[in-house]
Design a protein. Structure first.
Length: 244
């Protein structure tokens, strides 16, 4: 509806609005009792997450976050360009295809949360990683018609977003109370920082191997890594958060 140079800026400004919910959270959401109790104890330094007892957990959880976020960035960053350049879709028609992906993403977030509690954290990560692999290969490598691509966008968004739903709970359950924020913060943002390199590398490789194949290569590596790392981490379903 707006010229391109104004459209994305407008969306950025609209995106500020949910941040005001922080004011409500700070005023009306109480701190957990376990956190208040922990505040009485001497604080532990950030680098304690790399100590002998937590080093393996810290590194594996960071790599898990890298796989999840790297795969997501590989797909979503370049998807509009892929639809435009590889399939000749206009900006308007690209929006229609992306809307199906977004609808799948929303339902993926909701279902992922329920499945993480129903099946457990590790089975849920594995399920969405496999579904993401299948969806990416189908969407980017098979000769689909326009209608088939529209339909295939739903499982693509469903799987790439649904894998996130159990991540916050899982990271909370992997680290002790005194280091939970440090452990979560490092693992998640390590994945975000390293995963942010994927789109740039994909853009470079696309010049020689094509955009679709470059996206598929990195997404496949990312979700394949998730499957391997999940086997090395413990299951935490039903774990009570406390100062363990």
């Amino acid at each position: 509806m707006l010229p391109p140079h104004l459209a994305w800026r407008t969306l950025f400004w609209i995106g500020i609005l949910p941040a005001f919910l922080v004011l409500y959270v700070r005023r009306y959401v109480p701190e957990p009792a376990s956190f208040k109790e922990q505040k009485k104890a001497p604080p532990q330094p950030f680098w304690a997450i790399f100590g002998p007892n937590l080093f393996k957990t810290t590194m594996l959880s960071a790599l898990l976050c890298l796989g999840i976020q790297g795969g997501y960035y590989a797909i979503t960053t370049w998807l509009p360009t892929y639809l435009e350049k590889e399939h000749g879709l206009s900006v308007i028609h690209t929006g229609e295809y992306l809307m199906v992906v977004i609808m799948g993403s929303f339902l993926g977030y909701v279902c992922g949360a329920f499945l993480a509690d129903l099946w457990g954290r590790k089975p849920t990560f594995s399920f969405f990683a496999v579904l993401s692999l299948c969806s990416v290969i189908t969407y980017l490598l098979l000769p689909l018609t326009s209608t088939e691509m529209l339909i295939a966008g739903f499982p693509l968004g469903f799987s790439a977003s649904g894998i996130y739903s159990g991540l916050g709970a899982y990271l909370s359950e992997l680290f002790p109370q005194a280091l939970r924020a440090n452990g979560q913060g490092f693992a998640y943002n390590f994945g975000r920082a390293m995963g942010a390199l994927f789109p740039g590398i994909i853009g470079f490789l696309s010049q020689s191997m094509g955009l679709g194949r470059a996206i598929c290569l990195f997404a496949t590596c990312a979700y394949g890594a998730v499957l391997l790392i999940v086997f090395c981490l413990p299951e935490t379903k039903g774990k009570i958060l406390k100062n363990f």
